[in-house]
Design a protein around this ligand. Structure first.
Ligand SMILES: *Cc1c(COP(=O)(O)O)cnc(C)c1O
Length: 343
């Protein structure tokens, strides 16, 4: 077992851990030789817990643990209008008895009714969050911090989580996940060649890299496909957050720049903008496995992984693990991307 002692960090259990690791038998049958003999597995972080599930619950275990320890009565966070992180912060706050306020920017150029009202945005209301919608160029973190100050003046105590929950404390969730999945792989006799994740606010990759380094593994075992920032910026953020997280776990330890493996070639024209490869990947997973990728993160990352496997990046027999990060409600904000039934 990979041991990683995070017991000194307060944690609020939100997931039924560990999440399962499963082979992609149907997809492998369908793609046949195109997989070049690579064995594909998924880690089901999309099943997690409640609120619609997804990777942000792992971060929220530590974020809400810290907020509770500090006596917070309100959780405040930020994101785009269809933020999965905002939706899960609302759900986890409801369950923990905290008030929740969300500052959401219209940063994605989509004006469809479904994008503005359905999907995650509908669930934010259902979970009882107070939602503040801001224009594209607004600084939502500054607005959130100003609101926290205003609440403080009223004698309340608000805790502000950054975008994606990717503070060093939030990233501990994926450091813990690294230890969890290494233990599972060992028990299954799997020698993993790569662990693959989408990269938005960089915390999932950063946390995994920190967890791998802290347990004496090579952080290069984790790889991400950037879907939000351009590759160079995503890389810098991932390295910085990985080291800030590792510093919490093992003060003074460092990950070198070559410890971060990141690919920016599958983001397409921008964050939240569909690509043909994303559509193909979402359909393929749905039609061969009955499993759901999402249009913003995991669909693009899985498309990138399939591209690289087809291009022969991994030798035959390699075991590659893709982390299913959730985001299913996002599908309902993108009906136009999938409405052509003939495809
Ligand atoms: C937020 C998110 C990611 C990316 O995680 P980061 O830690 O922000 O990089 C991936 N998939 C889904 C579904 C997400 O909501």
């Amino acid at each position: 077992m990979a041991d990683l002692d995070l017991a000194r960090f307060p944690r609020l259990p939100l997931l039924g851990l560990p999440t399962p690791i499963e082979p992609l038998a149907g997809l492998t049958r369908q793609l046949g030789d195109a997989l070049n003999g690579v064995r594909l597995f998924v880690k089901r972080d999309d099943l997690a817990g409640f609120g619609g599930g997804g990777n942000k619950l792992r971060k929220l275990e530590f974020l809400l643990g810290a907020a509770r320890q500090e006596g917070a009565d309100t959780a405040i966070t930020v994101g785009a209008l269809q933020s999965n992180h905002a939706r899960l912060t609302a759900a986890a706050s409801a369950r923990s008895g905290l008030a929740c306020e969300l500052f959401l920017t219209r940063s994605v150029p989509r004006e469809q009714e479904a994008y503005r009202r359905n999907g995650n945005r509908l669930l934010d209301d259902l979970f009882g969050a107070s939602v503040h919608e801001l224009p594209r160029e607004a600084d939502n973190l500054a607005a959130a911090q100003a609101r926290a100050e205003a609440l403080k003046a009223e004698g309340r105590r608000a805790y502000v989580f950054p975008a994606g929950g990717s503070s060093p404390v939030g990233c501990l969730g994926y450091a813990a996940c690294a230890a969890e999945l290494l233990g599972q792989a060992e028990a299954m006799g799997l020698d993993l060649a790569q662990i693959v994740v989408p990269n938005g606010s960089a915390g999932t990759h950063a946390g995994l890299a920190a967890g791998l380094a802290a347990t004496g593994r090579n952080p290069r075992l984790a790889k991400s496909y950037a879907v939000l920032a351009e590759a160079e910026q995503a890389f810098a953020e991932t390295l910085e957050k990985a080291n800030a997280t590792l510093d919490l776990i093992k003060p003074g330890a460092r990950i070198a720049a070559d410890g971060i493996v990141l690919d920016g070639a599958h983001r397409g024209p921008g964050y939240g903008i569909p690509t043909d490869a994303m559509r193909e990947a979402v359909r393929l997973m749905a039609r061969t496995e009955g499993m759901l990728l999402d249009p913003v993160y995991s669909g693009k990352a899985f498309a990138g992984l399939l591209h690289d496997i087809r291009a022969g990046l991994y030798p035959a027999g390699s075991a590659v693990l893709f982390v299913m990060t959730g985001g299913v409600p996002g599908l309902f904000a993108y009906p136009d991307a999938f409405s052509d039934a003939s495809e």
